[in-house]
Design a binder for this molecule. Sequence first.
Ligand code: B12
Length: 448
Amino acid sequence: MRVVLVYPGITMEGFAKPATRPKTGYVQHGLCHISAALKNKGHKVFLIDLRQLFDWQELPGIVRRIKPDVAGITVMSMDFDVAVESARIIKETGKDIKVIVGGIHPTIVESDFLDNPWVDYVFKGEAEMTLPEILDDLAKGNVKDKTVTGRMPDLDSIPFVDRELFGVLEAPWVPFLKMPFITTVAGRGCVYNCNFCQPAERKLFGAKIRRISPERLIEELRFTKNKTGLNSLMIHDDCLVEDEKWVERFLGLYGNKDLRKPFICQGRADIIVRNPALFRDMKRYGLALLLIGFESGSQRLLNFLRKGTTVEQNYKAAGICKRLGIRIFANFMLGIPTETREEALATVRMIKKIKPYVPSPAFYTPFPGSDLFEYCKKNNLSLITKHSDYKRDPVSPKIKGIDYDFLNKILSEVKKLPPSVRLKRKIDRLTLGRFNKELIRKYNPPCI
Ligand code: B12
């Protein structure tokens, strides 16, 4: 079959600017996995990355050129409107094209699509095993229900992600990492139970965490390195360091001369405090930046969020990272339901003390499928009126009872970085940034 996958990523970034289609950007791993699984079964796979289009008018012509039998659209909550508009245009361009939506939003809020005339099937869960079977059934005219549920694959048995699908170079978003840079996701699921996220992720990936074996990841990195080169890496897992044994085994293999490149991943304050030796080893093998969800400087709110960490651990973890020379990317939230001004100030004070390399603030956003979303619904707190509001950037108000002007005022304090951090960033930019620019100049990504 001819399958076109659609990445509707314009909610945040918009369409391409006149005369310049982006040469860099992140890839969407779900679609890259689906592409690999379908190609493996002999299907012909195409991609429409809306970020590469100048406007909606381009879409019908592209669909006519591809002549797909099936269109698969991935949908995060904030991309809902764009996804539905894509489905409408695709269906109106070719009424026989079967449109399937999948990803976190259809998995959690299936009902958003059930009455939609442009969507033929709503796919819940993971697709590598089940989507190829659905395509076989579609060819035989055998798919009756609008909702389809995917089986969970064994991550070591599925093909490597199709990194070429997107035709853009991934680019590190920090100046001290060199291209070629790639992102990868080593596991699915999360053992933690934070109420701002769960149980949505458990509904998508199941209750148990599954992770690719370190050996298989190394095999994939080596394969990628031989194909496109590899100078730095981000492992996107929600909490990679949760399985300390896995990390040790991975490091043992990754540390092996040819592969050892700087990498970024996500950690947790309690794990850093419990096992600093693990992070010392990670630093030795290339950990260049560690994302940590500090979330709040109020213990009451950390408990309310079911984060499972303490404010004291936040400070201690930051101290350990400083001593080990690991740069910190500090995720934290303001505007949590029930948060007082004093608690918001405590969070800002904490971040100022920690002095992270990147302070990354968010306004708490109630995402569908999470327990805190249900709490906001029950207490009539949500100010989200359209799907495109489902982004946690500290810009628009998210819930009632929060003084966002006050939050913006106290946030400006965190944005004023100490001179030492500003200088370090400038040096990073000057020394390593130019390698990346040269690579992007050389590279001409194919555009549809
Ligand atoms: C990597 C990542 C990012 C990266 C890359 C984002 C991207 N567009 O790919 C970055 C850091 C840029 C990012 C940013 C954001 N992210 Co993010 N991100 C993730 C993360 C950690 C991994 C995603 C991933 O690759 N998973 C692995 C792949 C294999 O899984 P998958 O994509 O779900 O795909 C499988 C199935 O869903 C299904 N499937 C998916 N699509 C389709 C389509 C079809 C047709 C079918 C049949 C099946 C199908 O099959 C796939 C293979 O089995 C997830 C959490 C998680 N663990 O998944 C959050 C997550 C997706 N992000 C989230 C959010 C909120 C954001 C932001 C909006 C945050 C913000 N700044 O406000 C931004 C949005 C940026 C953007 N424009 O897209 C939420 C989404 C919640 C929601 N309800 O929408 C998640 C779930 C985290 C969370 N729990 O809150 N993110």
